[in-house]
Each structure stands twice: as C-alpha cells, then as structure tokens.
Design a protein around this ligand. Structure first.
Ligand code: PLP
Length: 361
C-alpha cells in the first residue's frame, strides 16, 4: 500500500500555461525552465507537456541526458554550465548548450576539442552579483570565446534580481542599461536572453530573442499582487493526502509537538499523512489554509515529519480517508506560501522524492 500523499500533475495545464506565455512574448523564443525536477512537477512528463517550447533549461548534466535519451531534440541549456572538464565529453556527445559564467569555465573550454559546435550562453553580471562576467569594455570572455572554432552560436544572457518587485523598477532598468551597453559594444548582433517569469510579465522590453519562464509554466504567479489563476494561468500541481486519524479534544487539551496548540472548546482534529519530510513547510503556522473534501479549514499545531493536524470544526462529514488538499485545485499555492511566510517556488521545489507524482490525463 502507498501512503495516501501524492501530487497530481495536470499536464494540460502545463500546455495551456506555455501557450499563454508564448502569446505574451510574441516572437521571442521560449526556454522552458524545468530545473529542480520541473519545480517539483516531475521532469519527463513535464517536458513532454511542454514540448512546444523552443528549448529546455536544467541544472544537472544528468537531467539533460535524461531528456536527450527520452528523445527531446530541442536545445537543452545547463544553467550553471559545467563544474569540471569531465563533463565536456557528455556535453559534446549529447549536443547540450551551456551557460559560461566564469573564467574557470573558459579555460576548461579552451583546452577542449569537441566534434560538435557548442552553443554558449554567456552570462553577464549586470548587478545581481551572483553569476556572470562583469560587462567590461571589450569583454574579454566574449573575445576568448570567439577565438575558438568549435564554439557555435553565442547568446548573451543576464538575470534580474528584482523583476518581481514593482518598487524596485529602478534596479531592473539599471541592469537593462548595463546589458545594453555591453550589447552595443559587441559590434555584431548576438541573440540575447534576459527575462524570467516576472520580467516576462512586468517588462516587455526585456523579452529579446529568448525568454526563460519557469514558475509561470506551472500556473503560479511570481508577482505578489496576483495569483496565477487571476492571470489566466492554470496551476498544474495539486498536492493531496488523506485523514488517517481523528482526535476529539476537550477544552484545555493540547496538541502535537511542543503542545503548541490548546483547544479552547471541544473540537475534532484530523491527522493528515503529510509532513515536512514530504516537503510541507515545517514553519507553516496554525491558521495556514487547507481543504478537506473541498471545504476550507486550517492547520493547527506544529507540522511533524510525516503528519500534520487540521481543524475539523464545522466539517462534520470529514472522516478517515477524506481527501485533504494541501495546495493546488481550489487552494492556490501562493496563499499557502503567504501563510507560511515563504514563496511558492520553495514549496513546489521542496516536494520530497518520496511523494509520488501522478500525471494526468
Ligand atoms: C530559475 C531560472 C529562471 C526561471 O525563473 P522563474 O522566476 O521561475 O521564471 C530563469 N533564468 C535563470 C537563470 C534561472 O536560474
């Protein structure tokens, strides 16, 4: 028997969301970002549902090889590039594309002779100060790449620190300006890629040649003021489990680890098979929303490793075996993220491998 917790992945929602993104970005080509096991949705069935994308982006070589072995022909981009020169043989063999963000990677490349042309995304640090080359005049990284005959197409790339935050528009514009200066200095036109989900929505002037949506594809909003549903997207993941025990508390009874919750009146509590080892956030406080048979109620007490407790007051039909929706259909993950003081990205990506992914249809 399986534990009753599972994620149900609506693959038609993924298709729909990709179509919405493509419609927003006009002629820009789309790199579907499917890192972190497609934001917890499962790599291969998500890639299949998103196969209308012009390219895919992942982090690990292993994920890229899985996609090739499954028959995907699109460019597959390694978002952090390679970490040792041992990876270059596989990158060559599987015709992968790679981000280059550091001089170490350039020197590994210059010592390598591949049989295929290697497509490069040259990452420019325009102010986020995480990865990338500073946009110096006569960019030496670009110069070094152009010297190498087995380098194929070079795309200039950058990443925004605050595209999601309307109050930080100035920083986005500043990063965009840095990027434009470098681009102008290149002399020839190189294709460019700047926009993540938030920039796709807020800054159409950043769409350029390639956009890199992640979160939007999963039907979730990167912006604080709106949910995915309110933007016409369809959340692709529903995380559900079941009630596996019922407790009846008397006034004054306390509940769970730390005895953090005290019943102020007689109440029924449902014990649900879902805990932080499944990826449900341990710091979700009393009051975090959940659905029981579609009806909204709340978490009470601390989240344990494998279980959590919910308030069944006023939900008399709830019993052992009742379906509990932790987020997804009927309960946007954005609302759970807000209640738990985190972001939807973290909730989706943290779903543990022990939770089965069930793709529909
Ligand atoms: C994860 C990632 C993205 C996608 O970000 P979203 O906010 O999910 O759209 C785009 N570009 C890079 C470099 C990333 O690492």
């Amino acid at each position: 028997m399986f534990r009753p917790i599972q994620t149900i992945i609506d693959t038609t929602a993924l298709q729909h969301n990709l179509a919405v993104v493509r419609q927003k970005v006009g002629h820009a080509r789309t790199i579907a970002v499917i890192k972190a096991d497609a934001y917890g949705h499962g790599l291969l069935h998500s890639a299949r549902a998103l196969s209308a994308a012009n390219a895919f982006a992942v982090l690990e070589l292993e994920a890229a090889v899985k996609l090739r072995d499954a028959g995907f022909q699109q460019p597959i981009i390694l978002l952090e590039g390679f970490f040792s020169s041992h990876e270059l043989d596989a990158i060559n063999q599987y015709r992968l594309s790679t981000v280059i963000h550091h001089h170490e990677q350039l020197s590994m490349l210059s010592a390598y002779r591949g049989s295929n042309k290697l497509a490069i995304f040259l990452k420019i640090n325009t102010g986020m100060n995480r990865l990338g080359f500073k946009p110096k005049p006569g960019n030496s990284a670009l110069h070094a790449l152009k010297q190498q005959e087995f380098i194929g197409e070079i795309t200039l790339m950058t990443h925004f620190a605050c595209a999601d935050d309307a109050a930080e528009q100035q920083l986005v514009i500043q990063q965009l300006n840095e990027f434009s200066v470098l681009r102008a200095e290149c002399g020839i036109h190189l294709p460019c890629s700047l926009a993540n989900s938030a920039a796709i929505l807020r800054y159409p002037q950043t769409h350029a040649d390639w956009v890199r949506p992640g979160l939007l594809l999963y039907g979730v909003s990167p912006l604080p003021e709106k949910t995915g549903i309110e933007m016409g997207l369809r959340p692709a993941m529903t995380l559900t489990s079941q009630i596996i025990a019922i407790q009846k508390l008397s006034p004054g009874d306390r509940l769970g680890y730390g005895a953090q919750f005290t019943a102020s009146q007689a109440m029924r509590i449902g014990i649900v098979a879902a805990g932080y080892a499944d990826g449900y956030p341990r710091h979700a406080p009393t009051g975090t929303p959940v659905l029981v048979n579609g009806q909204r109620t709340r978490i009470v007490g601390r989240i344990s490793m494998d279980m959590l407790s919910i308030d069944l007051q006023g939900i008399d039909h709830a019993n052992i075996g009742s379906t509990v929706t932790l987020w997804g259909r009927g309960l946007p993950v954005e609302q759970v993220a807000t209640a738990a003081q985190t972001i939807s990205y973290e909730l989706l990506a943290a779903i543990s491998p022990r939770v089965p992914r069930c793709a529909t249809p």
